[in-house]
Design a binder for this molecule. Structure first.
Ligand code: NAD
Ligand code: FES
Length: 287
């Protein structure tokens, strides 16, 4: 069992969980992920690592309510426990000394950028971080990323805070400021990662992204997380989750992510309808 040491609402429907997981934390590196299961009948949910407190053995994950299982997890309280946390899974993010690095996080892709920025800074890089959200109320991890970065840039789609525009609005300016960028790492929605790749392709800036396809086992056996990179089939759980963004087939990734949308919607609607009075809150695979 993995105890929740504290749970904080960062913004509506987005919660930060700090979980006791000393063995995982002692081995985990920035860019890796874990798979959580709420209870014995629960769905296995891959989650990016949003913080590693090595000293105290505490793992941070940030969960956004997007469907039945995430809604059910977000009802858990401080003191409750996840049945399983499996990890660390996947390969860590490149964290060599590149020189000038730009870390980019969009929406709930912001938390995993935090340990990545910390790792790149520890390797001696100059780290500039760009975070973006639809509006200022959805901006998260500003304090953490101010500490982990040499410079933090912020964009909101509606201009309510920071630069008015997308993360790529800021990236395009950084690419033109006369100092070469040696490495870019981005985590966020697929359209964002695709736009970042297109903004840097012609400039040949080394640009990597963290992919989050549907996963089941997380160990390379089921094939659910298949992605195409450079014309080759890769399994994001063992070959990734990070890949060269200039080589990723984002179109295929987008359509594979939509495969179970209608079933997911039915399960989520039923969960909301039965809230508080339904076994499905405890048993996520009942549907
Ligand atoms: P969102 O749609 O609110 O977008 C967040 C920000 O991304 C925007 O404010 C903008 O700056 C940027 N963005 C979005 N579309 C863009 C485009 N077309 N061009 C340029 N920039 C664009 O994000 P959300 O609703 O919080 O969703 C975050 C996504 O991140 C989810 O799809 C989630 O699955 C994904 N995610 C991925 C990982 C991973 O490991 N890859 C980890 C956590 C979350
Ligand atoms: Fe099964 Fe990657 S999740 S192969």
């Amino acid at each position: 069992m993995f105890k929740i040491l504290d749970k904080v609402e960062l913004c509506p429907k987005i919660f930060r969980f700090r979980i006791e997981a000393s063995k995982i934390v002692s081995k985990a590196l920035p860019g890796q992920f874990v798979i959580l299961r709420q209870n014995e009948r629960g769905e296995r949910v891959p989650m990016s690592i949003g913080g590693l407190d090595k000293e105290n053995g505490i793992l941070t994950v940030v969960i956004q309510e997007v469907g039945k299982t995430s809604a059910s997890m977000n009802q858990m309280k401080t003191g409750d426990s996840f049945l399983d946390v499996v990890g660390p899974l996947g390969l860590p993010t490149h964290s060599e000394n590149f020189g000038r690095c730009v870390c980019i996080g969009g929406g709930v892709g912001i938390p995993p950028i935090y340990p990545i920025a910390q790792g790149l800074k520890a390797a001696g890089n100059k780290v500039e971080t760009i975070i973006g959200a639809r509006t200022k109320d959805l901006l998260i991890y500003q304090e953490e990323l101010t500490e982990a970065s040499d410079i933090l840039h912020i964009a909101t789609d509606d201009g309510s805070f920071g630069t008015h525009g997308f993360v790529t609005t800021i990236l395009e300016k950084l690419c033109e400021d006369g100092t070469p960028i040696d490495f870019i790492m981005c985590v966020g929605p697929v359209p964002m990662m695709r736009a970042v790749a297109e903004a840097t392709r012609a400039k040949k800036i080394k640009t990597w992204c963290s992919l989050n396809p549907i996963m089941v086992d997380g160990t390379g056996m089921c094939g659910a997380c298949r992605v195409t990179v450079g014309g080759n089939t890769k399994f994001a759980c063992v070959d990734g989750p990070d890949f060269d963004a200039h080589e990723v087939d984002f179109g295929e990734m987008t359509s594979r992510l939509k495969m179970y949308h209608s079933q997911e919607k039915v399960a989520y609607d039923r969960f909301l309808e039965h809230k508080g009075d339904c076994k499905c809150q405890q048993a996520s695979s009942d549907e």
